[in-house]
Design a binder for this molecule. Structure first.
Ligand code: CDP
Length: 233
């Protein structure tokens, strides 16, 4: 009998380990993983490189018409990288210069419609884990499993600082803290699908959990869904 495939939606604050967990979970289930934040970051990179005046909706629409986003699996890194108009931009989109603007760009109505439309398409065949800010509320409101992740703010700052410090020794903790606070504020207070916990999302606070512990917890949640939905693990 064919196993029933499901959609897993993961939302939460900046830098609380959503991508790490989502990627490991997708691997374990044999599902695809989509980092929706990478799409908003790649759009922001395009706007910055092309000096798009994103306060002008006409300029935004013109720019979006020239943007093609795809995800391709990189064998060497064993992960999917995002391509902006056929260029692998994975190594540019995490730069602070993009992080500083991404929440403003992601708050634009036309940008969200562009990204969400593509994300919904990706979920058509199910068997997908997607993480972001509005996945359980706007992209896949009928996802079979919704998770809202959170972690202590200082733990989140420290995790992101360590990640960024590896490629940029000039970064400071204050800069990272300020960026996370600002993004969480803009993401939670914007008009278009703000960051919210979907009513039916399970909360996962991973402040004191190891990667192995949190993965086990979530795999157990998947196993305990109605047997009809259970994917092969
Ligand atoms: O990994 P990190 O927590 O830094 O953030 P991300 O997932 O890469 O997302 C970067 C930014 O994109 C967020 O701060 C949001 O402004 C925006 N975003 C969004 O609006 N909706 C999503 N579904 C995903 C990201």
């Amino acid at each position: 009998m064919q196993q029933h495939k499901i959609i897993i939606a993961i939302d939460g604050f900046s830098s609380c380990g959503k991508s790490t967990m989502a990627r490991e979970l997708a691997k374990k289930l044999g599902y695809s993983y989509i980092d929706s934040g990478a799409m908003y970051r790649a759009i922001t990179l395009y706007f910055l490189r092309n000096q798009v005046d994103y306060s002008d909706p006409v300029k935004v629409m013109e720019a979006l018409a020239n943007i093609n986003l795809t995800f391709e699996f990189n064998e060497e890194e064993q992960r999917s990288n995002i391509y902006l108009n056929d260029e692998d931009v994975e190594s540019y989109i995490r730069d602070m210069i993009v992080s500083e603007k991404v929440s403003e760009v992601a708050a634009i109505k036309q940008v969200r419609a562009f990204a969400v439309g593509q994300q919904k398409q990706m979920g058509k065949k199910k068997a997908i884990v997607m993480d972001g800010r509005d996945i359980g509320t706007a992209v896949f409101p009928h996802a079979e499993l919704k998770i809202f992740m959170t972690a202590d703010p200082e733990v989140r700052v420290m995790r992101r600082f360590k990640e960024l410090y590896a490629t940029n020794p000039h970064i400071s903790m204050d800069e990272v803290r300020h960026n996370l606070e600002l993004r969480d504020y803009i993401d939670s207070n914007r008009e278009e699908s703000p960051l919210r916990r979907a009513e039916d999302a399970r909360i996962l606070d991973n402040t004191a959990l190891t990667r192995e512990e949190q993965l086990k917890l979530v795999v157990d949640w998947v196993k305990n869904l109605s047997p009809k939905m259970e994917p092969s693990i």
